[in-house]
Design a protein around this ligand. Structure first.
Ligand SMILES: [Zn+2]
Length: 499
């Protein structure tokens, strides 16, 4: 296997080659029981405690199809604009692997439940329609744990353990058609697609879509062809990429690496590759099996699946509002531009702003705080907005306190910082820190007089009619009151005293 020692810088690679991407996403369905038996699908149980003869593949055991898993898959297919098969079969995919107790996996091969759909994603104001080749249903494998190796991989491990709790959990695979014509945006489009798919699956309520727990994982295919050449290049498949950021990085790295391979006049090897989170690179896995290596044949232990049309229609009628439609509705309700909306969406702030508005804030205020002060804080602490220790209700309360004149914008920043620091609810912080605006004229006049006395030159200018100079005195009062004064009222009082 030839591995290039260098990469071609991204922009240079794109100037000579056109990328084509494709994404296969595995989603663990959130059914309460497994695909072909009654074992619980609960995450995090003691190893090998949620198993039975069926999911352990013991001789004589027979699978029974989980109706909820079929329904969930149809939901996904309909939401992805697919055609739902009127009749299809499961297939036996034969391969030997310790985490596959039956030594075959029940999957779908040439008769998938859902075919030929699409999902739109918007990147930098441009719409990309991602074709969906198929959505099929299969069972998950168990989980191997390699003990003693440095990286958790089998190489260098002293021994391995297998946990079959995950074996037989329903798994849906969503396969895109090849996506061409994205040019330099290919890595971002790949990420946007997985993000959109994740949000769609979450809205459908079919999976908890936790990438970090492996309930959603993507294999990312990338190929390059010289610009102007119609034929696509040989693709690689980067396996089990488990974060949105990694999806983008994996495509980017493969573009830079494959460009170097092609520049040297070599051929890209069709293979699976591993992505390394630590340095953003990929390394070769196994050379890619062909379908014939799996010796697929119709699963003889299961009856075919033939969803009644009335049932499919009922499922279609029960689909919730999908993310794209929700974005369009919210954008109109909130009166935001396309750019504002896509920024909000890309920052993962859509739900937060929505919940803040539901808690009583205006859309403009909610957006201002989440995309401003709170986004800055998230950035500084390398946290996701959604994981900040502040709730939409608390942000709405800060907004209400400003509206009521209790605090101003500047004090609001201090209140937010204190809430983030765990000092309690906004009202508690205002109380404990004495952050309420001083609007009582007697107290303000005292501060104004002190500022005038301390700055006789400026006071003289204002007396001469140069009211623009009042700003300096307002500043002095704000400083003396630690930002708690109402600046407009202070200005009025200064002019009053000096006219
Ligand atoms: Zn079982």
């Amino acid at each position: 296997m030839t591995e290039v020692a260098h990469l071609v810088p991204y922009d240079e690679a794109l100037s000579r080659y056109e990328p084509v991407i494709g994404i296969e996403t595995h989603v663990e369905l959130g059914t309460t029981t497994k695909m072909f038996c009654g074992c619980a699908t609960t995450f995090g149980l003691e190893p090998n405690t949620s198993v039975c003869p069926v999911c352990l593949g013991l001789p004589g055991s027979l699978p029974v199809t989980n109706r909820a898993a079929i329904e969930y898959t149809i939901r996904i297919g309909l939401a992805l604009n697919c055609t739902i098969a009127t009749w299809c079969r499961f297939a036996r995919k034969n391969y030997f692997y310790p985490d596959m107790p039956k030594d075959f996996q029940i999957s779908q091969y040439d008769e998938p439940l859902c075919t030929d759909g699409w999902l739109d994603v918007v990147v930098e104001g441009q719409n990309f329609r991602i074709g969906i080749e198929r959505v099929h249903l299969e069972e998950d494998t168990g989980k191997s744990l390699h003990i003693g190796g440095a990286t958790g991989r089998i190489h260098g491990a002293e021994y391995s353990l297998v946990d079959y709790n995950r074996a037989g959990i329903p798994l849906v695979e969503v396969v895109t058609k090849p996506v061409a014509g994205t040019g330099a945006l290919a890595p971002v489009v790949a990420r946007a697609y997985v993000t959109e798919l994740r949000d769609l699956l979450r809205a459908l309520g079919v999976s908890d879509v936790r990438m970090e727990e492996g309930s959603l994982r993507s294999d990312v295919n990338t190929s390059l062809a010289p610009r102007g050449v119609a034929e696509w290049g040989t693709r690689t498949e980067t396996k089990n990429v488990n974060s949105l950021r990694s999806v983008e990085r994996a495509v980017r790295f493969e573009i830079e690496r494959q460009a170097a391979v092609l520049d040297e006049g070599q051929k890209v090897v069709q293979e699976t590759r591993h992505f390394h989170e630590d340095n953003g690179t990929t390394t070769p896995g196994r050379s890619k099996e062909e379908a014939q290596d799996y010796r697929y044949f119709p699963e003889p232990d299961l009856v075919p699946v033939a969803p009644e049309r009335e049932w499919v229609d009922r499922i279609r009628a029960s689909l919730p509002e999908l993310p794209a439609a929700r974005r369009i509705r919210l954008q109109a309700e909130w009166g935001l531009s396309d750019l504002d909306m896509s920024q909000l969406s890309n920052a993962g702030a859509l739900d937060l702003v929505s919940e803040t508005v539901a808690a009583g804030a205006s859309a403009a205020d909610a957006r201002k705080w989440w995309m401003g002060e709170l986004a800055r804080h998230a950035n500084e602490t390398s946290a996701d907005l959604a994981t900040l220790p502040i709730t939409p209700a608390q942000v709405a309360r800060v907004s209400a306190l400003i509206k009521a004149g209790t605090i101003n914008d500047k004090l609001a920043r201090q209140v937010l910082a204190a809430v983030l620091a765990g000092e309690g609810d906004p009202d508690e912080v205002v109380q404990a820190r004495g952050l309420a605006v001083v609007s009582d004229d007697a107290a303000l006049t005292e501060a104004v007089d002190a500022a005038i006395a301390a700055n006789p030159d400026i006071a003289a200018k204002i007396r001469d009619g140069k009211t623009a100079a009042a700003g300096a005195l307002v500043g002095a009062v704000m400083k003396a009151t630690r930002g708690r004064a109402d600046a407009n009222r202070v200005r009025e009082l200064i002019i009053q005293r000096l006219s």
